[in-house]
Design a protein around this ligand. Structure first.
Ligand SMILES: Nc1ncnc2c1ncn2[C@@H]1O[C@H](COP(=O)(O)OS(=O)(=O)O)[C@@H](OP(=O)(O)O)[C@H]1O
Ligand SMILES: [Mg+2]
Ligand SMILES: [Mg+2]
Ligand SMILES: [Mg+2]
Length: 349
């Protein structure tokens, strides 16, 4: 099956959303940041990006039944106290659409923006098609001025068939050996994949794409690994024990968001370890686009027991162990190191 139309629409939507996020990141105001009920941050750019992607996909693919599983909803925005914020988001979305020159026939109202955001309330599942969106993955990184991603994927009958990952702050050249606060060179990458078609990357400012491949390093001593920047999101002590057991010499590269999947897909590092603290449930929008970008570049993404990720179960990924990513050569020894380190951790409790 061809997903050409869907890919073109997804790339346009993610690129425009990246433009919106860059504009907000350059001028972020304290009043643009709110706390959600789980205490995590959300900004006008998260909402604006979600509204924009939802609107663009529906305009570009008018004949398709539209279903989207996305992180944000309008509940907090519809409170009286948020009227000014909603107006600011609406202006941002209209400004980006106007700058692109698309859809000059229509200006969105605040109601249109609320509706576009709330199109993301789908439950997903194993039947039909569902877009999966994280409008800003790595909001904490976005607020620090570090890495973040606009992560958009398409599920078809429960499988991820397409992914677009826009990473506005990721350098176009390898970040191997760097820390996210001091990454050199021109930034702004867009990764995209269609099932069976490989993974490509181009600059957010151009459309001339190069094919990317995961690293083929099979010797852990030469490998480096990525993990979450935020210690609250992944157990750094467990990944350090796994890396040691495996024989990895390099220190962890800690960067925010699915930019980790993008960087791994082009060989900047060979391993990504993610072990959330007990009780955390992973959401599909935090992994769907990154998963296909890495898988189509020749990488392997599994849970900590080596099982494939199942995106067909609704808004959550049904796993509680962790997520590991590497190339096929290193996966068997990585799985063994993960198993042993988890056993040691459990027996020390
Ligand atoms: N407690 C906890 N444990 C695990 N994961 C969590 C947790 N809390 C949040 N999140 C999710 O992490 C997303 C950010 O991605 P990363 O963890 O890769 O980036 S970071 O380095 O930690 O910033 C982040 O995505 P965004 O909310 O889109 O920023 C969250 O979905
Ligand atoms: Mg996220
Ligand atoms: Mg998010
Ligand atoms: Mg969030």
């Amino acid at each position: 099956m061809s997903y050409d139309k869907e890919l073109a629409a997804a790339k346009k939507a993610a690129s425009l959303a990246a433009r919106l996020c860059q504009k907000v990141q350059r001028a972020i105001l304290q009043s643009d940041v709110q706390s959600k009920s789980d205490k995590s941050p959300v900004t006008v750019a998260d909402y604006g990006s979600q509204a924009l992607v939802s609107y663009v996909l529906q305009r570009e693919l008018p004949s398709e039944l539209f279903s989207m599983v996305a992180e944000e909803d309008s509940e907090d925005l519809c409170k009286d106290s948020a009227q000014e914020t909603l107006e600011r988001i609406t202006k941002l979305v209209n400004d980006i659409l106007a700058s692109d020159g698309s859809y000059s026939d229509s200006t969105l109202s605040t109601d249109d923006v609320v509706k576009a955001i709330d199109c993301g309330k789908s439950e997903g599942g194993s039947q039909g098609r569902h877009w999966v969106l994280d409008p800003i993955d790595g909001t904490k990184g976005f607020l620090r001025g570090d890495q973040y991603a606009i992560a958009l994927a398409l599920l078809d009958e429960g499988k991820v068939v397409l992914g677009v990952l826009a990473c506005p702050n990721l350098p176009l050249t390898s970040i191997a050996g760097g820390s996210q606060h001091s990454l050199p060179g021109e930034v702004g990458c867009l990764f995209f994949s269609v099932v069976g078609g490989g993974t490509y990357m181009h600059s957010l400012d151009s459309s001339s794409a190069v094919k990317v491949q995961v690293s083929s390093i099979g010797n852990p001593e030469e490998a480096s690994f990525f993990e979450s920047y935020e210690a609250a999101h992944s157990m750094h002590d467990l990944s350090s024990s796994i890396a040691k057991k495996l024989g990895v010499k390099a220190p962890p590269v800690r960067i925010d968001s699915q930019a980790k999947y993008g960087a791994l897909s082009r060989g900047d590092g060979v391993i990504y370890l993610r072990f959330p603290h007990k009780g955390y449930r992973e959401k599909i929008w935090d992994h769907a686009a990154g998963y296909i970008v890495v898988a189509e570049a020749g990488g392997v993404v599994t849970d900590a027991a080596g099982n494939p990720l199942d995106f067909s179960k609704g808004r959550y990924l049904d796993l509680d162990t962790g997520i590991i990513v590497t190339n096929p050569k290193l996966m068997p020894s990585l799985l063994q190191a993960v198993r042993e380190s988890i056993e040691e951790k459990v027996s020390s409790l």
